[in-house]
Design a protein around this ligand. Structure first.
Ligand SMILES: Nc1ncnc2c1ncn2[C@@H]1O[C@H](COP(=O)(O)OP(=O)(O)O)[C@@H](O)[C@H]1O
Ligand SMILES: O=C(OP(=O)(O)O)[C@H](O)COP(=O)(O)O
Length: 413
């Protein structure tokens, strides 16, 4: 199947058509304040091109992981406001995903206008494992693109779907995957650009090739390690990811993040790394805090001696040096996941040290992930220190692993 792109859609003509764009607008928030708008900015070019060509643009996106029902904490209201500011145009936020509000807001769009649906994950069908349930939601989303005469997408002048949410293409979800079976589907510019850069990491990467993993989505991302061990020379593990490794080695990790059900799997990774001669580098010291708080008292302790009443919130000074040394002469680096709770100044040092080491190396370097990219910008690090800053963490990792990305393969990419 030939892959159709946003360029093809624009050439077909979009004036007056309702086009559904799946974007990844999952930005970090402090209350209702966006702390990094990188993903909103990354979504702009596609939305702007469609609007300029006269499309009636309907944006679908998620925020966080609500439990399949409306939850004001996860409303896209701050994102809608920021999107409007950056576009220099009003962006109406529907109060629901496919309900009365979505129908009326999208029905009222004029050519060149943009509307945002409320968090798609407020509808439990978005993330359902039951295909029929997802397909139901996909059909209802597609119906929002029909014109008043009821024209469907199939005739070419009806609705269309543009997949541009790179950070979420690894999810088999209704607005990412199933929708492409219902509407004529096109690959957006962001997804194309991200894949092009990541392809370079899979085609004979220059060596030594180092991958740095951290962050908090531990169970999601542990899954990629088995495969990465067949591809990389060095695997550096920090952030919330490290404690499951330390525990698997038999050490106490106190109240640190822990994936207790994956200890056997992680022990297997340790053995496999040794067998393959991959350097698997773990923290040797951590900042152990009394609680998860910005002003929590903490002390530097050996990673093998975390007190039971403490939790590791950052890698320690010896680890920062160790990791920097492993990155200094790397020729290719991929980094996903902060080394600590960088949102709290006291625990941002490990993330800063790793970012500086990568930026200071001559490696072809890619940093991926909503929070990792946010950290690079928030810590005031020069963005040009990296070859590429990707909007997707899990999506990039699964691509590097060689895994099928449902939101990409469904487009024929
Ligand atoms: N030791 C730790 N304990 C708890 N949370 C951590 C720790 N280290 C990093 N984090 C958290 O991980 C989050 C980012 O994780 P993740 O979503 O996996 O990364 P990304 O969005 O870059 O893919 C950040 O909010 C950070 O505070
Ligand atoms: O933030 C995201 O992924 P990332 O943290 O791996 O970069 C995406 O928006 C996907 O979100 P999800 O991991 O809740 O499906």
């Amino acid at each position: 199947m030939a892959v159709k792109t946003l360029d093809d859609l624009i050439s077909e003509g979009v004036a007056g058509r309702r086009v559904l764009v799946r974007a990844d607008l999952n930005v970090p928030l402090d209350g209702d304040r966006i702390t990094d708008d990188g993903r909103v900015r990354a979504a702009l070019p596609t939305i702007e091109r469609l609007a300029a060509a006269g499309a009636r643009v309907i944006v679908a996106a998620h925020l966080g992981r609500p439990k399949g029902e409306p939850d004001p904490k996860f409303s896209l209201a701050p994102v809608s406001a920021r999107l409007g500011e950056l576009l220099g145009a009003d962006v109406t936020l529907a109060a629901d995903v496919v309900g009365d509000s979505a129908k009326s807001v999208t029905g009222a769009l004029a050519d060149g206008q943009v509307a945002l649906l409320e968090n798609v994950r407020f509808d439990p069908r978005e993330t359902s494992k039951v295909e029929d349930e997802r397909a139901d939601l996909a059909r209802e989303l597609a119906a929002l693109t029909e014109d008043s005469a009821g024209a469907s997408g199939a005739g070419g002048r009806g609705g269309a779907f543009v997949s541009d949410g790179f950070g979420v293409v690894h999810r088999k979800q209704a607005s990412v995957f199933d929708i492409a079976g219902v509407l004529p589907a096109y690959t957006g510019g962001l997804v194309l650009a991200e894949l092009e850069v990541l392809r370079k990491l899979t085609e004979e990467p220059a060596r030594p090739y180092a991958v740095v993993l951290g962050g908090a989505k531990v169970s999601d991302k542990l899954g990629v390690i088995a495969n990465l061990l067949t591809k990389v020379d060095r695997l550096l593990i920090g952030g919330g990811m490290a404690y499951t490794f330390l525990k698997a080695q038999g050490y106490e990790v106190g109240g640190s993040l822990l994936q207790a059900d994956q200890l056997d799997q992680v022990s297997g990774f340790l053995a496999e790394a040794e067998k393959r001669g991959v350097e698997l580098v773990l923290p040797v010291d951590v900042l152990a805090a009394t609680e998860f708080a910005a002003d929590a008292p903490y002390e530097v302790v050996e990673a093998t001696a975390i007190p039971a009443d403490r939790q590791g919130l950052d890698i320690g000074p010896k680890t920062r040096e160790l990791f920097a040394g492993k990155l200094a002469d790397a020729a290719t680096v991929f980094w996903n996941g902060p080394m600590g709770v960088f949102e709290f100044e006291a625990f941002a040092g490990g993330t800063r040290a790793v970012a500086e080491a990568i930026a200071g190396s001559d490696a072809f370097s890619v940093v991926g992930g909503g929070d990792s990219a946010a950290a690079v910008r928030q810590l005031g690090l020069p963005e040009d220190g990296f070859s590429h800053i990707s909007t997707g963490g899990g999506a990039s990792l699964e691509y590097l692993e060689g895994k099928d990305l449902p939101g990409v393969s469904v487009l024929g990419e």
